[in-house]
Design a protein around this ligand. Structure first.
Ligand code: ATP
Length: 323
């Protein structure tokens, strides 16, 4: 390994900068020349690639977003697009690539690898936390803290006016953000895509809760829940319980931004370092992660196909604690 390229791809997540910094500085430490590939697969196809130095990644560990920028790149879905990417990898003499992203990014890497034998190692960077083989993805912890901070504020106003707030959080296919943040804010109910949602049961619960003199109620809904999201839930609740003062908040992209938490900075630093070492050790087509505190190596195949399972005990815990 003499020259390694690194890019960030798909949805950005807080801590991606810290991971790039760790990749670049580990490369320097190992006498490898690091290259930044801008805007993910788009930059690989367009040849938007620049050599990076230690100073290029100064003062970014604390910054959200990704200075390498990210993109969703349609061209990479086509063989011709991937051929252009390969031509650029050859042009810049890159011996290996570190891809920081989620499910889609690793699917693309796996397909690319079947056509062109370039060593690829992935780092899980997605607030969704839906990759198998790692306890945490970079950005998830920060997103959780952002949600908790926002909902705490909502709780203050909800309690002052005796209101029911239905708060929608990110998670098109996965309920990890909803589940953990729901527990963290003491939500009265949590609706996630992994389990069926029975609105009638929810309404019964809300009615019961209103009889125990709660000053406020919070429902956390993942955007991909089968109910159709916070506005749809609110419509049904309002129709059946007009006596509730029901409000909706969709947190949206606030969940992606912000300075990464301590946990995400340390995780990103460890994974950036591990990814470069994995390439040096001859590993390819794997995602580096952290399982039970140790570095793990999961083939892309497994990381993307065996979606992380939701911990149903946590859902039961939320139910028990919301009385
Ligand atoms: P997040 O989980 O935050 O959405 P992601 O990595 O899953 O991140 P995607 O937009 O799904 O984000 O994928 C990122 C990019 O990976 C796509 O824009 C595309 O360039 C590439 N990609 C995804 N799936 C494929 C595929 N089947 N074939 C080729 N390339 C793909």
């Amino acid at each position: 390994m003499k020259r390694i390229g690194v890019f960030t791809s798909g949805g950005d997540s807080p801590g991606m900068n810290a991971a790039v910094r760790a990749v670049v500085r580990t490369c320097m430490h190992q006498n490898i020349v690091p290259f930044g590939i801008y805007e993910g697969y788009k930059g690989l196809i367009e040849g938007n690639i620049k050599q990076l130095s230690s100073r290029d990644v100064s003062n970014i560990i604390q910054r959200g977003g990704t200075f390498l920028r990210s993109a969703r790149c349609k061209e990479f879905f086509a063989k011709e697009g991937r051929q252009k990417a390969f031509d650029n990898i050859k042009k810049y003499n890159l011996d290996g690539i570190v891809a920081i992203g989620g499910d889609g990014t690793f699917t693309g890497a796996k397909i690319f690898n079947e056509e062109h034998q370039i060593p690829f190692v992935g780092i899980p960077g997605t607030i969704d936390n839906d990759l198998y083989g790692t306890d945490y993805c970079i950005g998830y912890d920060t997103a959780l803290n952002t949600v908790i901070d926002a909902v705490d504020k909502i709780r203050d106003t909800a309690s002052s006016h005796n209101r029911l707030f239905i708060v929608e959080v990110m998670g098109r296919d996965a309920g990890f953000i909803a589940l953990r943040s729901g527990i963290g804010v003491g939500a009265e109910a949590i609706l996630i895509p992994e389990t069926p949602t029975y609105i009638d049961k929810l309404i019964e619960k809300l009615k019961d809760q209103s009889t125990v003199e709660k000053q406020s109620m919070i429902i956390i809904v993942a955007e991909g829940d089968e109910s159709g999201g916070a506005y749809k839930v609110a419509e049904q609740v309002k129709a059946k319980c007009p006596e509730f003062d029901t409000r909706v908040t969709v947190l949206g992209h606030i969940q992606r931004g912000g300075s990464p938490s301590a946990l995400d900075r340390v995780l990103a630093s460890r994974l950036g370092n591990a990814a470069v070492k994995a390439l040096i050790d001859g590993k390819t087509n794997v995602m580096v992660g952290v399982l039970h505190r140790d570095i793990s190596y999961i083939p892309f195949d497994k990381a993307i196909k065996h979606h992380q399972q939701i911990n149903l005990d946590l859902l039961n815990l939320a139910e028990v604690l919301s009385c």
